[in-house]
Design a protein around this ligand. Structure first.
Ligand code: SF4
Ligand code: SF4
Length: 378
């Protein structure tokens, strides 16, 4: 595992050099903040899709010079990285794509536009109404036109289909990596899994990302990874749901591990929410619109898909408990926490633990007390 993490570090450094080279050769790069915007549209035009940084606490202070303090740390971190020019992926991006997911994000994008041209897709917040799908498809059409203008490349259906096939393979491999932890005991600790997925997610060369994940799965199947917690099968298996987490915003994952349990599965948009397959036969824009609109994030109202996914994951990963994480000032996840706890309690006979926090370390000990008490109770 150490050799894999080391080679990942080296690949991440090479990735930055390759990006610099690609930019010098005139290739466009498009920055993305949210799962709802299809990267396929950028790939189809030969542009580089770049996920943007937003999981660390360090840039929050810079953001608070512009944004209110009582705002979701993910939004402040994203904005702070941009204004402090500390995210290389933001620097390399020619344009930024955002979505009207939550109030904080869409208002932040208005300010972000001062630093980079920022295009905001009007995301409908209901998945059942056919008018919502029609609106979302038309937004993707607009996004496609923006990318065509930026890159000077016409995005044909064939190009889009090729991009869909590539991203389907990438998503299938992400799933294969995450599914390694269906095994008991889980071969990958939650923090290692997060680090792997985060670093691989930043790779501009998607084929390289797929190859790396194939290597992770092959090595795991050959028994190369030492099992987190040794062979102690009594470690509680926890599923983490709620807001996205990443390297730098993973304190809850670490506290769970320090408390003698494992986060074996991530339902959030850093994890399983990202795992879907897009039809390769339909009209490609229809297929993208349908599948992306169906992502079960709490910004949708109602959001039934989250409960279907939770039920499936709790059963498949055979977890003992569910921790539902909300970033401070994230109203959608905070309110949905009531329904999550009700659903988990009624369906599985154990409660979920709802935690509300931010990226800072100041409440670590309070969180530890609550997590230990929850694990004790399971
Ligand atoms: S939690 Fe929802 S709104 Fe936030 S990044 Fe993920 S998919 Fe987008
Ligand atoms: S965590 Fe909540 S408040 Fe923060 S960006 Fe995502 S949906 Fe918005």
């Amino acid at each position: 595992m150490t050799s894999l993490i080391n080679s990942l570090q080296q690949i991440a450094e090479e990735n930055l050099l390759e990006l610099e080279q690609a930019k010098a050769e005139g290739r466009s790069a498009i920055g993305f903040y949210c799962l709802y915007s299809p990267m396929e549209i950028a790939l189809a035009a030969g542009a580089i899709p770049l996920p943007l940084c937003g999981t660390r606490n360090e840039p929050v202070a810079a953001a608070e010079e512009f944004l209110p303090r009582n705002l979701c740390p993910l939004i402040k971190s994203s904005f702070g990285f941009a204004v402090s020019d500390t995210c290389p992926f933001f620097r390399y991006s020619d344009i930024i794509i955002g979505d009207t997911t939550c109030d904080g994000k869409k208002k932040m994008f208005e300010l972000l536009n001062r630093y980079k041209p920022t295009y905001v897709l009007q995301l409908p917040q209901n998945q059942d109404d056919p008018r919502a799908l029609a609106l979302w498809r038309s937004e993707l059409e607009r996004f496609k036109a923006i990318v065509e203008k930026q890159t000077g490349t016409e995005i044909t259906d064939e190009r889009l289909r090729r991009a869909i096939r590539l991203m389907n393979r990438l998503r299938a491999m992400r799933k294969a990596v995450m599914d390694l932890n269906k095994k008991q005991p889980a071969p990958l600790s939650g923090s290692v899994l997060l680090e792997l997925l985060t670093k691989i997610g930043f790779l501009a060369d998607k084929e390289k990302a797929i190859n790396l994940m194939e290597r992770v799965v092959a090595e795991a199947c050959a028994g190369a990874f030492s099992v987190s917690g040794g062979q102690d099968r009594k470690r509680r298996r926890i599923l983490l749901t709620g807001v996205p987490v990443g390297v730098g915003s993973d304190k809850v994952v670490k506290i769970v591990e320090q408390s003698g349990a494992d986060v074996v599965a991530f339902e959030n948009c850093s994890g399983y929410k990202k795992i879907f397959s897009i039809s390769e036969d339909k009209d490609p824009l229809d297929a993208l619109a349908e599948q992306y609109l169906a992502i079960p994030c709490s910004v949708m109202s109602p959001n039934p898909g989250r409960f279907t996914l939770l039920e499936e994951m709790i059963r498949e990963f055979q977890v003992d408990g569910v921790i539902d994480l909300t970033w401070q000032a994230c109203h959608t996840y905070n309110i949905e926490a009531f329904l999550v706890n009700e659903f988990v309690t009624q369906t599985f006979n154990f409660p979920a633990l709802h935690l509300e926090t931010d990226y800072a370390e100041s409440d670590t000990e309070q969180l530890r007390v609550r997590i230990e008490a929850y694990l004790e109770m399971l």
